[in-house]
Design a protein around this ligand. Structure first.
Ligand SMILES: Nc1ncnc2c1ncn2[C@@H]1O[C@H](COP(=O)(O)OP(=O)(O)OP(=O)(O)O)[C@@H](O)[C@H]1O
Ligand SMILES: [Mg+2]
Length: 234
């Protein structure tokens, strides 16, 4: 499902020198796998997800996701890839406050995330099904300010599920939630993995994920290594 070979990514630092964040990172993730990524702040975890999700193209090396070679794709082709193949869940839920939950879930359809053949009713039914999947069927008309943090994140997850993505990428999805709410969100990801065999890559320090994950990888010095062995606390 995911193959990274020798991915290098550099950013210019404040002095104009280049800071290498990914230094020949290799990664293989199979369909249906749940992989946790850990590592200290600033080590490049979000950068890595951006590369996998086709949000960043400024790197060297080979990246293939869901049978699609991302290296060298046009911006338009990359946007189509993101819409069709990847669901993103971020630490900050990135919901639009004026829109209700249902409209937030349907948002990707306004950016080409829906087949032209699909009518408004079908899109709405699909969005309702996604809200139902995250247990929020009864709150479709609520706007984000009227929802709790955990509910907001579940709307964001429903939005990620809306396009039936083959891959879901989560960047510290519980970072803004209290422990109990975070645990509920994590449990939901574990169900997606176990019941739907959803492929998930989750940047998180939550032990529940690392315990349930097929693999835990640690990003160290720009490379991915086994995160379970000899792992120092972050
Ligand atoms: N657009 C950018 N321009 C320059 N440097 C950047 C840019 N984005 C990230 N960096 C730097 O790259 C490094 C890795 O950043 P990244 O956001 O991937 O880390 P992270 O592991 O996700 O950290 P955190 O756990 O705090 O979210 C950091 O040193 C960061 O300052
Ligand atoms: Mg980050």
């Amino acid at each position: 499902m995911i193959s990274l070979r020798g991915v290098r990514k550099r950013y210019p630092d404040a002095e104009g020198a280049m800071l290498e964040v990914l230094s020949g990172a290799d990664l293989s993730v199979a369909e249906g796998e749940l992989v946790a990524i850990v590592g200290p702040s600033g080590c490049g975890k979000s950068t890595l997800l951006n590369v996998i999700g086709g949000l960043d193209t400024d790197y060297t090396g080979e990246v293939e996701v869901a049978g699609q070679r991302l290296t060298g794709l046009s911006d338009k082709a990359l946007a189509a890839f993101r819409n069709r193949t990847v669901g993103f869940v971020f630490q900050s839920f990135n919901l639009l406050a004026p829109l209700n939950a249902l409209e937030n879930v349907m948002l990707p359809s306004f950016f080409g995330g829906a087949a032209a053949s699909e009518g408004q009713q079908e899109l709405e039914a699909r969005a309702r099904a996604a809200l139902d999947r995250v247990g929020l069927a009864g709150k479709a008309k609520r706007r984000p300010p009227e929802l709790s943090g955990g509910e907001r994140q579940r709307v964001a997850i429903a939005r990620a599920l809306f396009g039936r993505p083959r891959l879901i990428l989560c960047d510290e999805p519980t970072g803004n939630l209290d422990a109990k709410t975070g645990a509920e969100v994590i449990d939901f990801f574990l169900r997606l993995s176990q019941e739907d065999r959803q492929t998930l890559v989750v940047v998180t320090h939550e032990e529940r994920v690392s315990k349930a994950a097929g693999r835990v990888l640690r990003l160290r010095e720009g490379q991915l290594i086994d995160g379970r062995e000899g792992a120092a606390a972050p």
